[in-house]
Design a protein around this ligand. Structure first.
Ligand SMILES: [Ca+2]
Ligand SMILES: [Ca+2]
Length: 572
């Protein structure tokens, strides 16, 4: 556990510290999450907007005055979620820049709701379907020094008044306009809300009307179990008291209704009781409707860990904390591909109607590109795997343009904007080719039901090769994904006339058995099929995504299946 509150809290004058950068490896969790301290396919965009080309870049879009529009997700199974740390994304209002110290990793950097609203095309242009933004409640004004450097509440997880928006992020009207503009682009919006704790030294502790509502280190009332401890020394709401839970629910549900949010990202879920989450769900259903989405952060979440929350219908989805480590280990040659394949199969064991949301990077873990030592080839493969397996892929702002990030707090570095005059990340280099790869992967995923809702079936693991099938029985859509993580080329042969997936596998769908060639949609290459045999060669550290060639007009755009998004049942 971290230091006591008195050593954490040091409200007062800003004192520049030398050697701040040397302290970035400190592992204190600032949000209190854990005690450790395409091609834009035709049809994806509305006809009124210029569809970006196969390799559309930000500069293409910047020339257009017409907002980009994403074909809205038909259900959350189909979502591609883009996560923004608001303070680090885009500064749209210099007048609210309070406590801004851009050279300081723990300082505010000025990003706000207006800035994000202005840059929504960045997210729609990528092809994401939904947005998750860090909390916007009014936070404490001071900074803490427990990590050895001053750290402000720029992340939004240290509330001081849950009924007000933090002016450093903007007004409620700014949030409403952001949601409206996101909806106009086809994007859904999830707001991060915190039911477990408030910020260090929050006004709730000094207000006689509310101080008994919290457990705190000052009062010596912090408990020892998950529900009653003071996570990272943060004062803990007594949510077991109905009046306290209602106070918080009234605030968050009221805001959601007024501004038109589509759901919440719920912080620190395992530190609040199941009873509270069940009541929360009931109130959400009755006040915000059945479609209001609840994505919960249960630290260490996996299909198994999250199941109790799904069994009692407290959440619609939860974060899969296992994906990053398993995927990076596979790509770095740690463990055999068969072990990774087994892991991918276990990810399917999710209760029907509920979802895992998997990330490569987040604000609470080191970023993937950093963990891969900046190796872009491996990072591309990681992104390819993230966007071809089951679950809701969560893209952490900037990783799609090569933001390196690092350990905390460098994992929350500024969004790179290249030459565009957008603070705080103006002048930070962007890798547009990587972003184009993300666009293609997202478009592929959205156009293939097999990729977003299909079954996962292992195909081959041999040497450094991993190959699997994603198959959607309902639409008969099928996609083969093959990855060679090794430094040597590999080859495999698929017999399309034999069942796949031992021992009692399914037959390849008829069109696959009859085809004379298969399309590698990732490398835009046709592979011939001779007598039902498909020979697939993979260069070192490369991947292939195999689909049936389109039956329509030839050309690069038609590499993408142009099927209508089929409605899927709401989670029940
Ligand atoms: Ca600002
Ligand atoms: Ca608690």
């Amino acid at each position: 556990m971290p230091l006591s509150r008195s050593s954490w809290l040091a409200r007062g004058q800003w004192v520049p510290l030398s050697g701040v950068a040397a302290l970035v490896l400190a592992t204190v969790c600032a949000c209190g999450s854990a005690p450790r301290a395409g091609p834009s396919a035709e049809g994806t965009f509305a006809p009124s907007s210029p569809p970006p080309s196969l390799f559309s870049t930000r500069s293409d879009q910047a020339d257009s005055s017409v907002p980009l529009r994403v074909e809205p997700q038909s259900c959350w199974d189909e979502a591609v979620l883009y996560f923004v740390v608001l303070d680090r994304f885009a500064d749209g209002d210099r007048s609210n820049d309070r406590d801004v110290r851009r050279g300081t990793p723990g300082g505010f950097h000025g990003g706000d709701l207006q800035g994000l609203r202005r840059e929504l095309d960045e997210i729609a242009g990528l092809g994401a379907t939904a947005l998750w933004i860090t909390p916007v409640a009014q936070n404490i004004t001071g900074f803490v020094t427990g990590a050895g450097f001053p750290d402000w509440a720029y992340h939004g997880y240290w509330a001081d008044d849950v009924y007000r928006l933090d002016p450093r992020f903007g007004s409620e009207e700014d949030l409403r306009r952001l949601v409206d503009d996101a909806h106009a682009r086809g994007l859904r919006v999830l707001l991060d809300v915190v039911y477990n704790h408030v910020g260090y030294g929050s006004r709730y502790l000094s207000d006689p009307a509310t101080r008994a509502w919290l457990r705190s280190e000052d009062a010596g009332t912090c408990g020892r179990d998950d529900l009653t401890l003071c996570v990272a020394g943060l004062p803990d709401w007594r949510t077991e008291v109905p009046r306290v839970a209602d106070y918080l629910m009234d605030a968050h549900l009221g805001l959601a209704a007024r501004v038109g949010l589509d759901g919440f990202r719920l912080d620190t879920v395992k530190h609040v009781s199941h009873e509270v989450w069940q009541r929360h769900r009931q109130r959400v259903r009755s006040e915000l409707g059945d479609g209001f989405f609840l994505l919960g952060e249960v630290w260490g979440g996996s299909a198994q860990v999250l199941d109790p929350y799904f069994a009692a219908d407290e959440l619609d989805a939860g974060f899969d904390f296992t994906f990053q480590g398993n995927t990076l280990a596979f790509l770095q040659g740690r463990g055999r591909p068969v072990a990774f394949e087994h892991y991918l199969e276990t990810r399917q064991a999710v209760r029907t109607g509920y979802l895992l949301a998997h990330f490569l990077s987040s604000h609470d873990v080191p970023t993937a590109l950093y963990l891969l030592d900046g190796d872009l080839d491996l990072f591309r493969l990681a992104a390819l795997l993230q966007l071809t397996v089951r679950g809701i892929p969560v893209i952490y702002y900037g990783e799609e343009v090569g933001r390196l990030g690092g350990e905390w707090p460098e994992n929350r570095s500024d969004m790179p904007w290249g030459e565009r005059p957008v603070e705080p990340g103006e002048g930070l280099a962007r890798n547009e080719a990587l972003r184009a790869d993300y666009q293609r992967l997202i478009a592929l995923r959205r156009n293939h039901p097999a990729l977003w809702r299909g079954d996962h079936v292992g195909l081959k693991t041999e040497g450094d090769l991993l190959a699997f099938v994603r198959q959607d029985p309902e639409s008969d859509d099928l996609v083969v994904v093959a990855v060679n993580r090794g430094a040597e080329p590999v080859a495999m042969e698929l017999d399309l006339r034999q069942p796949f997936g031992a021992p009692d596998g399914d037959a390849w769908p008829d069109p696959w058995q009859a085809t004379t060639d298969v399309l590698d949609a990732w490398n835009r290459e046709r592979l011939p099929v001779a007598d039902g045999a498909l020979a697939v060669a993979l260069a070192p550290r490369s991947a292939r995504i195999l689909i049936l060639p389109p039956t329509g007009e030839p050309g690069p755009e038609s590499t993408i299946h142009d099927g209508e998004a089929e409605p899927c049942p709401a989670s029940d």
